[in-house]
Design a protein around this ligand. Structure first.
Ligand SMILES: C[S@@+](CC[C@H](N)C(=O)[O-])C[C@H]1O[C@@H](n2cnc3c(N)ncnc32)[C@H](O)[C@@H]1O
Length: 258
């Protein structure tokens, strides 16, 4: 399933919004949508939907799956600082590529991240950062092991693993079950994946599914254990009738090949 020998092999790509991302040889995929742009995708598919729906909260615990180049975590901090929001943020983020995190202090991030460059440096050095408003914890290791160990109850999940085809164990019904167990009842999950298998895996764990339209991006998925007004609701029972062969991904289909 994973190929550690290829893990260090990555090449730089400049994405459509002019921000840098990487291409992973291990997963044969870029870390971000090159068409949407790394920063733009992070803001439009994760940060803006999550923080606008949760704008009344004074503190939020976020599960960022997985850390990668940290765009989702760093865009969250950038957005909060830019809009002078007072919310306290605790981010937990699994990542099994230690070398990648260690290299981030030298990564060419967009100018928007200039105001958080000291935070980026510290995360890259210590896998941890804390001040009065922000706490960032990288959970080094396999997300399938780390997520069930989380004790905090989660308000927001950025589900941003490589695609279900390339990284299936982070999109299975069982993994979404682990996520549901550590989630608050009004948790909000954001993901770029609009695949039926992804939506079914979430739905089978009690999530309601919604369509989200970011600015100048393809649509994405928002899910919650509670119904959300003002978002386009997707009737999964109707989807099942219309697409009776669609199935959620299951661990058993992938773990045996490990
Ligand atoms: C698409 S990238 C994440 C991009 C990131 N959210 C960002 O904004 O830069 C996926 C990341 O998941 C990590 N990953 C894949 N499978 C994993 C697993 N089972 N446990 C921990 N990390 C994993 C990869 O090393 C990679 O860094």
């Amino acid at each position: 399933m994973y190929n550690e020998k290829l893990r260090s092999q990555k090449r730089l790509i400049v994405s459509a919004d002019g921000t840098d991302t990487l291409f992973s040889e291990e997963f044969a995929e870029p870390y971000h949508s090159t068409k949407d742009g790394a920063l733009h995708e992070s803001l439009e598919k994760h940060v803006k939907p999550a923080l606008s729906i949760k704008k009344e909260f004074s503190s939020l615990t976020i599960l960022d799956i997985c850390f990668g180049l940290g765009y989702n975590t760093f865009s969250t901090l950038y957005y909060i600082k830019k809009h002078n929001l007072k919310v306290k943020i605790h981010i937990l983020s699994p990542e099994f590529d230690r070398e990648l995190i260690e290299s981030l202090k030298d990564f060419n991030y967009p100018k928007e991240f200039e105001i958080i460059k000291d935070i980026i440096y510290e995360v890259s050095r210590n896998f941890y950062y804390k001040d009065e408003q922000f706490e960032i914890e990288i959970l080094l290791g396999d997300a399938r092991v780390k997520v069930p160990m989380i004790k905090e109850k989660i308000d927001i999940i950025y589900q941003d693993a490589f695609s279900p085809k390339k990284n299936p164990l982070l999109w299975t019904r069982e993994f979404f079950g682990d996520i549901a167990l550590i989630s608050k009842k009004d948790v909000l999950l954001t993901t770029y994946s609009i695949a039926s298998a992804t939506r079914l895996g979430l739905y089978e764990n009690g999530f309601y599914i919604f369509l989200y339209y970011g600015d100048k991006t393809r649509c994405s998925t928002v899910a919650s254990l509670k119904k959300i007004s003002n978002l386009e609701y997707i009737d999964m029972e109707l989807k099942k009738v219309r697409n009776p062969t669609a199935k959620s991904l299951r661990d058993i289909n992938f773990i045996k090949n490990n």
